[in-house]
Design a protein. Structure first.
Length: 636
């Protein structure tokens, strides 16, 4: 009768195959329950066919089932073979008695099990099969564990431990095989650490210790790679009455060469991982340096542009109308001005597209006040997103007295107020479909009927609409009427966002500084170089409006002489402080220390004084953070 032997955490368990299928996994309902965390709840099954052949099938497990270092999904398995799940190994035997024999590994499988292979070849296959875990996992720890299993299978009845030198140079047990408990370190003899510490120094030789008191005979073998000591191989007999002869010592020394080679491979793998991490870090630093250089180039370009614009103040492009209320000298803004020159006096609707804060209402005002309508009628503006539908209708069309509760008098709507002039509807993409239909009727007929009125009245107005939405996409989505879109989209003017016209930032900053200072009855303060660089490199999602509000804030927080980085908003402050530090006189060491001190203070602020979390954020040990705090006089 075939049966299975499960080796897991130094223990062996025996399971006869009584039915046609054996389920293996971590769940209690399996025929064989594993403790290894890499085993899935239902990991794999062994199926016994009527002709007594076995088939191993993986149940789509998370970490896979391995035979001879290869991941398998389904394949036949013969008596004498084994497979691996995590660190658990499962062997297939033909009769139960063979699992309890303690012959040399080279004789562990009889000729009846593998009649075509000599005992030596089968034994070597078993020992080499222990290396499958290292091949499957490919981690430094898996190399150590596989090396310990390899040595342990060379001579059955042995317990194996591999120790390596830690950072302090002391031997530390890292891998075990065939120990009894879940804490094998506790089973090591009292003299283990002292003996192992001597052998990791590099010049020691093999030490064989005979049976002593309660301790079985054991062997300490230094593991070397060239002249370097990688660790110590410790082997002891399972039974204290057994001996370790010279032949077995020589066999263990030869096996230790394989173990040392595997440890060297583990060390190389660790070094490779370290180099990969350093390479990624170097690439990240190069990317940061590239961005830094780009930011400096942007700053220098802006400064040169400001100088050039000042020198060419009166020799710039000549436009038909006055656009002095709109601050901008970039190529993108001059393109907008040229478009305004062409359409200002045309009696056609204009659609202004642009992100929030780009100055769409300023463009609408320029269209009105530079046109002939400025002398005939008013400029009336309404934000369609600011009012609910019912209130927006009354605001646009007006109402008559008594038309609804609270209507105690007639009120003229915005269309009526804009008669002869211009009406500006901002955020037109936000109005409902029902309101769009009413607006379309006004545009098509040129008439408006106040709420509650029985008759419509003619109105003459020019429509200027604005939105930050893609109205063409809104039409495709069924959220905006196509006929209304065609009505308002006769001429389109697209305003560039501030991030696309950074050369305008210096003159905008100068304009807003003067205006904010005049309102505060003070002299315009000067900007720290770091502040200017921060203003130039920031992307300004809120565009000109956000820039204006930032300048108002820094003027209010300044001392009236100079704007320091501390006055900026958090998203701008760090860039400004780094630029300011780069101008600090002194050695590179001074600059680095200033940055380091600031980073420590920021980390402590973010963690509310929690030093352990701050150290983790900074990539330091808690002791390292405390030393730096003492060095810089930081008390938190």
């Amino acid at each position: 009768m075939p049966f299975l032997v499960v080796e897991e955490k130094g223990n062996s368990r025996h399971y006869p195959i009584r039915g046609r299928q054996v389920a293996i996994g971590r769940a209690p309902d399996n025929d064989i329950m594993l403790a290894d965390e890499k085993a899935s709840r239902h990991h794999c099954v062994l199926t016994l066919s009527p002709d007594n052949t076995l088939t191993l099938r993986d149940l789509q497990s998370r970490n896979g089932t391995f035979m001879r270092g290869e991941k398998v999904l389904e394949r036949p398995i013969e008596v004498g073979e084994n497979f691996q799940i995590g660190q658990a190994r499962i062997f297939v035997y033909s009769e139960e008695s063979s699992a309890f024999e303690t012959h040399n590994a080279m004789e562990a499988i009889s000729a009846t099990i593998a009649p075509s292979a000599p005992p030596v070849a089968v034994g070597i296959n078993e020992a080499l099969g222990s290396l499958a875990y290292a091949c499957a996992e490919d981690t430094p720890k898996s190399f150590l564990d596989s090396a310990a299993q390899f040595v342990g299978r060379i001579i059955p009845g042995m317990r194996v431990c591999i120790a390596t030198a830690n950072k302090e140079g002391a031997a530390e047990a890292r891998a075990f095989f065939n120990f009894i408990s879940g804490t094998p370190s506790d089973e090591l003899p009292v003299f283990f650490r002292a003996t192992a510490n001597r052998l990791v120094q590099g010049k020691a030789k093999t030490q064989v210790k005979p049976r002593s008191g309660d301790y079985p005979p054991c062997v300490f073998i230094p593991l070397k790679c060239g002249e370097r000591a990688l660790g110590v191989l410790y082997v002891e007999r399972e039974h204290k009455d057994a001996e370790i002869n010279d032949t077995q010592v020589r066999l263990l020394e030869n096996a230790s060469l394989v173990a040392a080679a595997m440890m060297g491979a583990a060390e190389s793998r660790q070094a490779e991982n370290y180099l990969d991490e350093k390479l990624e870090e170097s690439q990240r630093q190069l990317e940061e340096l590239r961005k830094e250089l780009e930011a400096r180039l942007d700053l220098q370009t802006a400064e040169l542009t400001a100088i050039r614009l000042e020198a060419q103040n009166r020799s710039g492009p000549v436009h038909k109308f006055d656009y002095s209320e709109i601050i901008g000298n970039s190529a993108g803004m001059h393109e907008v001005f040229r478009m305004l020159d062409k359409v200002t006096d045309l009696p056609v609707p204009v659609l202004i597209l642009g992100e929030s804060g780009t100055g769409k209402e300023l463009i609408a005002r320029a269209l009105h006040f530079n046109s002939g309508r400025a002398a005939k009628g008013r400029f009336v503006a309404e934000n369609c997103a600011a009012l609910p539908e019912t209130l927006l209708e009354s605001e646009l069309f007006g109402y008559t007295k008594g038309s609804f509760t609270g209507a105690d008098r007639d009120k003229e709507g915005l269309f009526g107020m804009a008669n002869g002039g211009t009406i500006f509807l901002d955020e037109i993409g936000e109005i409902s479909l029902a309101m769009q239909a009413k607006l379309l009727r006004v545009l098509e007929e040129g008439e408006v009927r106040p709420i509650g009125a029985k008759q419509s009245k003619k109105v003459d107005f020019r429509l200027v609409a604005a939105t930050n939405k893609d109205l063409a996409e809104e039409v495709r989505a069924g959220k905006f009427r196509q006929d209304l879109y065609f009505r308002i989209n006769v001429v389109t003017i697209k305003l560039p966002p501030l991030r696309e016209r950074k050369e305008d930032i210096p003159i905008l900053v100068d304009h807003f500084l003067k205006r904010a200072s005049d309102e505060s009855h003070m002299q315009p303060p000067k900007l720290d170089r770091g502040v200017l660089r921060a203003l130039m490199t920031y992307t300004w999602p809120g565009n000109v409006r956000e820039l204006e509000n930032e300048i108002k804030k820094v003027v209010a927080l300044s001392d009236g002489k100079k704007v320091e980085p501390s006055a900026l908003s958090p998203q701008l402050r760090q860039v400004a402080e780094e630029e300011s530090l780069s101008e600090v006189s002194g050695s590179l060491k001074d600059v680095v220390e200033n940055i380091e001190k600031r980073k420590i203070v920021e980390a402590l602020d973010r963690t509310k004084g929690n030093k352990s979390r701050a150290a983790e954020l900074l990539g330091l040990s808690r002791l390292g953070l405390r030393k730096k705090m003492e060095r810089y006089g930081i008390n938190q």
